[in-house]
Design a protein around this ligand. Sequence first.
Ligand SMILES: N[C@@H](CCC(=O)N[C@@H](CS)C(=O)NCC(=O)O)C(=O)O
Length: 217
Amino acid sequence: MAIVTQFALVIGNKNYSSWSLRPWLAMKYAGLEFAEIRIPLDTPDTHREIRRYSPSRRVPVLLHDNITIWESWAICEYIVENFAPQLLPRDREARAIARAVSLEMHAGFHDLRQNMPMDCRNRFPGEGMNPNVRADIMRIKEIWRNCRHKFGQDGLFLFGDFSLADAMFAPVVSRFVTYDVLLTDVEKNYAATIWQLPAMQEWLAAASQEKEIISHP
Ligand SMILES: N[C@@H](CCC(=O)N[C@@H](CS)C(=O)NCC(=O)O)C(=O)O
């Protein structure tokens, strides 16, 4: 596939912006070259800077060919539809379930997101746990086990090869590392696969170099 340039992805801090990580990973695995416009979150300039690019006043935003696309999942779908069809499984059922679990992630797990915010370079073992967070974690682990068992046997990812579903769950892997969430074997192996991806390591290395600190509520 030809490398298409002239993409720019507007993202937040790599250490904190879980929504930015998702399409960033998808673009890396699509083999697309893109510029990054990084806007640190939670500063006096953040809202003004984000408004320059984003109608929703949120990052990520993809700029391509005079088109502005906001919402992480919409960016992922745009990449698949136009440049990287391989990022969703071809099989009808697997493709439908990949979308279902991705959108379950996109729309849900508020307790986990609120109480265990992404903070790639830090470690807070045991912090943030409560019964609702535990329920979110149980459901995520169930998704991982079911997908690996039913659709993932031919590869290392939820649906075998790397897909948008893996990009959507990558920030959860980072949270599980930061808050030292207990995982069983299938879950642990899957989390390790995501954590060790070269692109994930590139993101984490950049996150560790960032100077901004956003304290947790
Ligand atoms: N549903 C949106 C959520 C995007 C979102 O909440 N982004 C956060 C950063 S991770 C943001 O832009 N916050 C703006 C702010 O803090 O002012 C998506 O999927 O892209």
